[in-house]
Write a protein that binds this ligand. Structure first.
Ligand code: PLZ
Length: 400
């Protein structure tokens, strides 16, 4: 479906049909499932969403980092259409099929780390994180997990415990899983002036040694650029200093690349920006399949093979249709042009955001890489978070 790549409004937002659908939704859908913008989408292409009233909107949400390749990307649509007519399900652990293997092959080739790799496929980011915990515990025969302030890892019981924020993710949903320790992240804008990545890592390591101790610690989970936490890019040297400590202590490093991975930052993985950072496992989801639900853990072959046969699986993990979509996305990145596009977004946007910062004292910080860029809004002259300004910007962008 081709659509001019322009924003075009033909009704008020939300339009009458969206409003009607929303009333119906309020009656039938759990109130726990929020709605940021009650505009109902009929179809989409590239960066443009077309709602049920015929309005064309620029998709600034992009499915939260999912449709990096664009909506209804021609290659993805073709791959899905062909696959859906051939085979939609068997369960890979019962009777396997090729697209699953091809996704693993491509991920093993492109994931960070100069060592033999293997992969396993799942459905969601949270499920990938949960399974990375399983692999880490099985390999190290240790149980504790370390995560960072401002982290986000999912909405399942274990991953809720790994999130930094209780609201809205965890409040009232406990008891949460144990054996998870939170330690300070490198947050250059808010850390003491001049604190290096090495110093921030040593601060975290001090916490880890006091709170957990290496003898009980299986793995350190870190988003190499934090997503939900606010696109926080750790200071250079943070990841590699943590990794050096982890290697000395038989602790695994797991990069949660669910949000930052797969071309979004202008490299295959955000981990690739820190020379020498070679996480033992990466968790992958979102951008890998242009919107089809599929996720992966890719990591050191010895770690990934530590789980006993039958210990890892799930009914739909690596579903043939989602896997075909993933192959189409990964092969397009491999063919060239996608990484460059994310780099071009940074080259275009970053100077403009920095220029805005010069003019507006509420912009405390500008940061990010590739298409994953952020501004942090503060009260002028301070670093105090400015929720009122955030709400105003969001309301303006949402026509509220
Ligand atoms: N790890 C780093 O960003 C998902 C959540 C959207 P799932 N972040 C967006 C929402 O409101 O639920 C995420 C992430 C990182 C893990 C996850 C979890 O991925 O596919 O949502 O389970």
């Amino acid at each position: 479906m081709s659509e001019a790549t322009v924003r075009k409004l033909v009704t008020a937002i939300p339009g009458p049909k969206s409003q009607e659908l929303h009333q119906n939704r309020l009656q039938h859908v759990s109130a726990g499932v929020g709605a940021a913008l009650p505009v109902y989408i009929d179809h989409a292409h590239g960066a443009i969403l077309t709602d049920v009233d015929g309005n064309q909107l620029i998709d600034l949400g992009s499915g939260i980092g999912v449709v990096t390749i664009g909506h209804t990307n021609d290659g993805v649509v073709k791959a899905v259409q062909e696959q859906v007519a051939k085979l939609t399900h068997t369960l890979f652990t019962v009777t396997p099929y090729q697209p699953y293997v091809r996704v693993c092959e491509l991920l093993n080739k492109h994931a960070p780390g100069n060592f033999p790799k293997k992969s396993a496929l799942f459905n969601s980011g949270a499920e990938a994180v949960e399974n990375a915990v399983k692999f880490a515990r099985k390999f190290t025969r240790k149980s504790e997990i370390v995560v960072f302030d401002h982290a986000y890892h999912g909405r399942t019981n274990l991953t809720m415990a790994m999130n930094f924020k209780a609201a809205p993710y965890g409040n009232g949903f406990g008891p949460l899983a144990g054996s998870v320790q939170h330690v300070p992240m490198s947050y250059p804008y808010r850390d003491p002036e001049g604190m290096t990545g090495e110093e921030a890592a040593r601060r975290a390591i001090t916490y880890i040694e006091k709170r957990v101790g290496a003898e009980d610690l299986a793995a350190i989970f870190i988003e190499p650029i934090q997503g939900e936490g606010g696109f926080i890019v750790p200071a250079p040297g943070f990841l590699t200093t943590l990794q050096a400590w982890a290697r000395n202590n038989n602790v695994l490093m797991v990069a949660d690349e669910v949000q930052a991975g797969i071309a979004r930052t202008g490299k295959w993985f955000a981990s690739d920006y820190e020379a020498g950072f070679e996480p033992d496992m990466v968790t992958i989801a979102k951008g890998i399949a242009g919107g089809m639900p599929i996720s992966a853990v890719t990591g050191r072959a010895d770690v990934m093979d530590a789980a006993h046969a039958g210990g890892i699986g799930g009914t739909y993990g690596g579903n043939p249709v989602a896997a075909a979509a993933a192959v189409a996305v990964l092969e397009q990145i491999e063919a060239g042009g996608v990484l460059e596009k994310a780099q071009a977004i940074e080259a275009f946007m970053l100077p403009r955001l920095l220029e805005l910062q010069q003019r507006h004292s509420i912009i405390g910080d500008v940061r990010g890489r590739g298409a994953m860029l952020a501004i942090e809004l503060v009260e002028p002259g301070t670093k105090n978070p400015n929720a009122a300004a955030v709400n105003k910007v969001v309301a303006f962008c949402s026509f509220l």
